[in-house]
Design a binder for this molecule. Sequence first.
Ligand code: MEV
Length: 439
Amino acid sequence: MPVISGFSKLTKEEKIKWVVKHYFNDDQSVVEEFENFWHPDQKIQDNMDEFSENTLTNFYMPFGVAPNFKINGKNYCLPMVIEESSVVAAACNSAKFWLDKGGFKTEILSTVKVGQVHFKYKGDKAHFLDYFSELKPQLLEGAAYLSASMEARGGGVVDIELIDMTAFEPDYYQLKVGFETCDAMGANYINTVLEEYGSLLKEIISKNPSFSNIPDVILCIVSNYTPDCLARATVECKVEDLGTVNGMPPEEFAEKVRASVRIAEVDPHRATTHNKGIYNGVDALILATGNDFRAVEACGHTYASRNGRYSSLTHCSIENGIFRFWIDLPMALGTVGGLTNLHPMVKRSFEMLGNPNSNELMQIVAVAGLAQNFAAIKSMVTVGIQKGHMKMHLLNILKQLGATEDEKKAAIEYFKTNIVSFAAAKFLLTTLRNDKKVH
Ligand code: MEV
């Protein structure tokens, strides 16, 4: 396939033309298709185009809502952007389940974010480590001007530590910096301060005659692992108040949920799927609020491995007749900056949530994860996951087979007692259509 230089300089129309020529046999219907997905309001489309580079068109995702979430006594309707069927339905199911049982309780456990200056220093280790108590105030003071506006909002640099990493890589040290970034996700602010620390580190050491070596700075970058930026969401009630769940007595249901969570705590294979289900809910809300779902996921998975073995992000206990189910979820979120003021649907998501600050948003996201996990386990330990999944899957299959409304009704009825598969659905539709011809 051809290579092109200066592609980014082409107009959007020229980019489409080039792509269609080389990758779609110059099929003009593909040009039309790309254009049909443009927003009719040019201002909105320009805005969309500028979120990224080399934009040809828009890629639609369903924007749904899950109402009836009671969080700390307040009712919320969660915006969810997700392409997987059943996720929004599962969130709604969980919200409804806990609505009359006290709802979800949440708290912020901590809000510190992290950035690092990774560097090599080949000189005397003891002297360097010893000097850090003098170096630290100079770094803090030298870069203080970059934190003025963050400090005015109540944030800034929390602490700087010097970490000796020479046991893992020769001459490798890091400045590990804690930040409070208030309602901003903070990556830009953090990276700016870190780069300044990197320069100051070299400058200060080079001017000090007691050092014969200058540190060699390798990377200055935010860490997406923020174990101390943590929200907890909990649901709890008396076991008997769980009621009969899909025909299962409350005691048996509670124990099966507890055992399911325990399995995910001890088995990484199960934990991966279990946590994936949690991120079905988390990512949907993260996308709807214009946050960075890759950062949020990466953080959560590292946190899930913090004890040396990948494990469940949720936990469950049954003590003194009380069923308790909770999640501790680390994440760095922003409610200002980034897409939050630019994407029209992100703005609507925030409005729907009552314009939360970042601490509130973290708590709502933790609820979305917990609710999603509860709904999945609730299905799996009672009726099985396929019942709900297959209903949605069946609708997709019927759509692919071009089923009419009457055929859809007949198929839904038929598959209440038969196993869904593409072949079975095709066979059913063929039979229905042949029967129609005969009559
Ligand atoms: C599917 O997207 C998510 C589940 O597999 C999660 C789980 O197994 O806990 C249902």
